[in-house]
Ligand binder design. Structure first.
Ligand SMILES: Cc1cc2nc3c(=O)[nH]c(=O)nc-3n(C[C@H](O)[C@H](O)[C@H](O)COP(=O)(O)OP(=O)(O)OC[C@H]3O[C@@H](n4cnc5c(N)ncnc54)[C@H](O)[C@@H]3O)c2cc1C
Length: 462
């Protein structure tokens, strides 16, 4: 258990809510929106000044909505669809079909998404507290009653009947003494990446010079010549919603504990250094990039994994690759295992393994319920999975779906006055199904009603 030093002091109570969501990333926002739509009193605390987590800090593409392959199936629906519909209403999203890798991506404008999260949270009646960081939990008579947040205005307690840990790093669980595995404890932790965005890339000139193959060749040449010691000779670049702007995922920072602020500080600096090394290389060596500059770095270095809570069920590699279905599935996933790591020689290596059969598996309710939990759920990348399974089930299509499931589960537990472990999962599944979630084979909803997202931009993908 946490030493609870802060909670023991006199700290004012800011509010008392039915459901408190910690962390406003893709999982936390969907959890809060789902619970708020059901009419309960929901609060959300987020340490930064806007919502979205990695969806707005680091990235611009939702993966996991579709399976990879020649005939992509849509395996995600419900609240995540609503998010994409909102982006679509202002022309801030397009589909990026891809038969390999993580499959068809839903590429969006991350700046617009910050505003979309505000609007959807507001519509669902969620009390949103930005610039508020969870630093401890409140316990009374050995029971978890809420959290302590640190803000510029001082420390506050927020009391809550139910809590959802969507902090990515399982901060609430950490302070509450809930057990977890830390990335790197058993398997090597996935590498971290500072993504960056460049403007004024001449796409015509780039394509005429050979596009993706040319870029790969130039990267290899640059490393072999010793002129640019790029950490990755592969990586991906693609056009953003903002025309002429290119998003790049290439930086690689290894062996960092994302929960140690000193290590994370060094990783941030290294990520920025590598980003500008790539800028120099691209401008000098790659046709089309001569006039390009970085216009944005990830707000926070991209952390693929940190703490993974031990839940009532732990998703495994065999579950994923074997396409296992569960009677208590709360969402589906078809994303391959995509494990970013470096090999013994220090070279970049991404290990891919695809889901067998029809390419889909189910994610059971127990993965969002910490072992024996009464009032706490986890959603998003701190859910209960082994390293390998996490490397498949961490795309935002799934983190948003897990969030929706956790939001409804918290409401059901309140309404029926039962612990998290005793929620009637079939009732939960009915709620999810009615709100558009996709839970079963055959995937009837696949591609239905989503033609409006089919605004494919001319491809610029490597
Ligand atoms: C480099 C990289 C590339 C990726 N590429 C893709 C991709 O292209 N497409 C895709 O679908 N997925 C991708 N992923 C995976 C995906 O982005 C994540 O798994 C997903 O965004 C996790 O969502 P989350 O809501 O669980 O966590 P996060 O997005 O990390 O959100 C957690 C939130 O909690 C807040 N928070 C943390 N601690 C506290 C605290 N103590 N108090 C208050 N607030 C707190 C954070 O500020 C953050 O807003 C990528 C991941 C990385 C790192």
């Amino acid at each position: 258990m946490s030493c609870n030093v802060l909670a023991k002091q006199h700290i004012p109570v800011l509010d008392e809510v039915d459901v408190l969501v910690v962390g406003g990333g893709s999982a936390g926002c969907c959890a809060a929106i789902a619970a708020g739509e059901m009419g309960v009193n929901v609060g959300l605390v987020e340490r930064y000044g806007y919502a979205g987590g990695a969806s707005t800090q680091v990235l611009d593409t939702f993966y996991g909505f579709f399976t990879p392959g020649e005939q992509p199936m849509k395996v995600v629906g419900g609240v995540p669809d609503m998010v994409v519909d909102e982006l679509d209403a202002t022309g801030d999203v397009f589909l990026r079909p891809n038969t390999y890798g993580a499959g068809t991506g839903v590429t969006y404008n991350p700046e617009r998404l910050k505003y979309v999260w505000d609007r959807l949270l507001g519509k669902a009646g969620v009390k949103t507290w930005f610039h508020a960081m969870l630093v401890d939990v409140v316990e009374e008579s050995d029971e978890l009653r809420g959290v302590v947040i640190w803000t510029k205005s001082g420390f506050y307690k927020i009391k809550a009947k139910r809590m959802i840990d969507a902090s990515g790093d399982a901060d609430l669980c950490h302070h509450a003494g809930i057990e977890y595995e830390k990335a790197g404890d058993v398997d090597p932790a996935q590498t971290m990446t500072t993504t960056f965005r460049m403007s004024h890339v001449d796409l015509g000139r780039y394509a005429d010079a050979g596009g993706k193959k040319m870029l790969m060749d130039k990267m290899a040449e640059a490393v072999e010549s010793g002129k640019y010691m790029l950490p990755r000779k592969k990586g991906s670049v693609h056009e953003m919603v903002q025309k002429g702007c290119i998003a790049t995922v290439a930086v690689r920072v290894s062996d960092v504990d994302a929960t140690d602020f000193r290590a994370l500080s060094e990783a941030e600096k290294e990520g920025r250094k590598q980003s500008f090394l790539y800028e120099d290389f691209l401008r000098e060596c790659v046709p089309g990039y001569e006039g390009a500059k970085i216009v944005g770095l990830a707000h926070h270095i991209g952390v693929r994994e940190s703490r993974r809570v031990y839940g009532e069920y732990r998703l495994t590699r065999d579950d994923c690759l074997g396409g296992r279905m569960f009677e208590d599935a709360i969402c589906l996933c078809g994303a391959p295992i995509e494990d970013h790591r470096q090999n013994a020689a220090g070279e970049d290596e991404t290990a891919w393994a695809y889901v067998e059969g029809d390419g889909v598996y189910g994610v059971p309710y127990g993965t969002i319920v910490p072992r024996g939990s009464q009032t706490v759920w986890v959603a998003g990348r701190c859910f209960s999975a082994t390293h390998d399974a996490h490397a498949s089930c961490r795309s935002m299509g799934q983190t948003m779906s897990l969030g929706q499931g956790a939001g409804y589960a918290a409401v059901l537990s309140l309404v029926h006055d039962v612990d998290a472990i005793n929620v009637d999962v079939q009732e939960l599944r009915r709620m999810l199904y009615c709100r558009g979630a996709i839970l079963e084979r055959p995937i009837e909803q696949a591609l239905v009603g989503r033609d409006e997202w089919q605004m494919n931009r001319s491809e610029f993908v490597v």
